[in-house]
Design a protein around this ligand. Structure first.
Ligand SMILES: C[S@@+](CC[C@H](N)C(=O)[O-])C[C@H]1O[C@@H](n2cnc3c(N)ncnc32)[C@H](O)[C@@H]1O
Length: 320
C-alpha cells in the first residue's frame, strides 16, 4: 500500500466524548477550509479544501476540541498493518524517531508510552473490524496534546473531578509544583484544592459554597467564603498561580479573576483557567477570551481541552 507521506488533504481527530459538535463548530469559526468528511463516534475526519497538508505544516497547527489529531495517510484492511509499518520504516519520518500507537474505537485505550525523543507518532486507528486508518501526528514535547489518552483515575480522597483538570493542566505545562501559593476561584467542594494541597501548596480558595471538610482540615487552605465579586483584594498575600473553575459566564469569570491578580501580574507564574462552552455559540468567543489573557500580559497562551474536560476547555497561561 502507498502511504501519503508527502501530504494528505485529510486530517483526523479524536475528541472527548460528546464534544464532536464543538470541534465541528471550531472548524466553521476558525478553519472554514476544513470540511467534515467521515465520522464515527469520537473519530472525525476533515478535508482541507485548499490543498494537501504536509507533515511539516501539521506541526504548526493546533485545535482546541481534540485529544489527538494528525494526518490521515492511508487505510489498511485486516492483515495489512505489517506492510504499512514496513513501508513507514523506510521513510525519513522513521529516521527522525517515532512511536507506534494502536487505537481502537471499540476498546478502551490506555495512555500510550510516549518517548519524548520520538518526533512522530504513527497511529493505527481501528475504525471497524475490517478497516484501520493510518495516521501521522507530531509528538509534542510534553507527550501531551496531540498524543494524549490519559488513564488517570480520580482518587477516592478527591471531592470532585476538578482534581483531574488541575493535574492534567500542570502535566500539560510539564510543570512540577513546589509548595507554591495558588489562588483558586470557584474552589468548592475541593477537587482541585485536594491535588494542590497534596503537592504541598498553599491554597486561597474563593467560593460562597461549602468546602469539603477534609479540605478545611488543612492548615494550608484558606477559605474566602463569598462570591468573587465581593472580594476586594487579597491584601499582601503572595500568589504564584491562578486556578479558575467558576460557574459564571466566562466574561465575568475572566474580568473578576484577572482583576484580583492584577497587583501580582509581574510575579505570577501562570494560570489554569477553565472556560465553559456548553453552548455552541460560545466557540466563536474563544479568540476574544484569549485576547483578554494576552492583554493581561501572559507570555505564552494556549487553549486546550484536557481528557477530563466535558463541554469546556482550559486557557493555560504561562510566564515561565
Ligand atoms: C465547577 S465548580 C468548582 C469545582 C472546584 N474547582 C473543585 O475543585 O471542586 C464551580 C464553582 O463555582 C462556584 N461559584 C459560582 N459563582 C461564584 C462566584 N460568583 N464566586 C465564587 N465562586 C462561584 C460554585 O459555588 C461552584 O462551587
Amino acid at each position: 500500500m502507498a502511504l501519503r507521506l508527502d501530504g494528505s488533504p485529510f486530517l483526523f481527530f479524536i475528541t472527548n466524548e460528546g464534544n464532536q459538535d464543538l470541534l465541528k463548530e471550531e472548524m466553521v469559526q476558525y478553519f472554514p477550509h476544513l470540511t467534515p468528511s467521515f465520522s464515527k463516534d469520537t473519530f472525525l475526519t476533515f478535508k482541507n479544501q485548499d490543498k494537501e497538508v504536509s507533515p511539516a505544516e501539521l506541526t504548526k497547527m493546533s485545535f482546541v476540541y481534540q485529544k489527538f489529531f494528525g494526518l490521515n495517510i492511508g487505510k489498511t484492511k485486516a492483515g495489512e498493518k505489517q506492510s504499512a509499518l514496513e513501508e513507514f520504516k523506510k521513510s525519513k519520518f522513521a529516521d527522525d524517531g517515532y512511536v507506534v500507537f494502536d487505537f481502537s474505537l471499540t476498546c478502551e485505550n490506555k495512555k500510550p508510552i510516549i518517548d519524548e525523543s520520538a518526533k512522530w507518532i504513527l497511529s493505527f486507528i481501528e475504525v471497524s473490524a475490517k478497516e484501520t486508518w493510518v495516521g501521522l501526528s507530531p509528538n509534542r514535547k510534553t507527550g501531551y496534546a496531540g498524543s494524549l489518552f490519559l488513564d488517570d483515575h480520580l482518587p477516592e480522597s478527591a471531592p470532585s473531578r476538578a482534581y483531574l483538570k488541575v493535574l492534567q493542566g500542570f502535566e500539560y505545562l510539564g510543570y512540577k509544583l513546589q509548595a507554591e501559593t495558588i489562588l483558586e476561584a470557584g474552589s468548592a467542594p475541593g477537587g482541585a484544592s485536594r491535588y494542590l494541597l497534596d503537592k504541598g501548596c498553599h491554597v486561597v480558595g474563593i467560593d460562597p459554597a461549602e468546602m469539603d471538610p477534609t479540605i478545611l482540615e488543612s492548615k494550608n487552605f484558606f477559605h474566602l467564603k463569598k462570591p468573587i465579586q465581593e472580594v476586594e483584594s487579597l491584601g499582601n498575600k503572595k500568589i504564584d498561580w491562578l486556578v479558575v473553575d467558576l460557574n459564571l459566564p466566562p466574561a465575568i469569570s475572566i474580568k473578576e479573576s484577572l482583576r484580583l491578580i492584577k497587583p501580582y501580574s509581574r510575579k505570577i507564574k501562570g494560570c489554569l483557567f477553565n472556560i465553559k462552552t456548553g453552548d455552541l455559540a460560545h466557540v466563536k468567543e474563544i479568540e476574544w477570551h484569549l485576547k483578554k489573557f494576552s492583554e493581561f500580559g501572559f507570555k505564552k497562551l494556549e487553549a486546550v481541552q484536557l481528557p477530563s474536560h466535558r463541554r469546556e476547555f482550559m486557557v493555560i497561561g504561562s510566564n515561565l
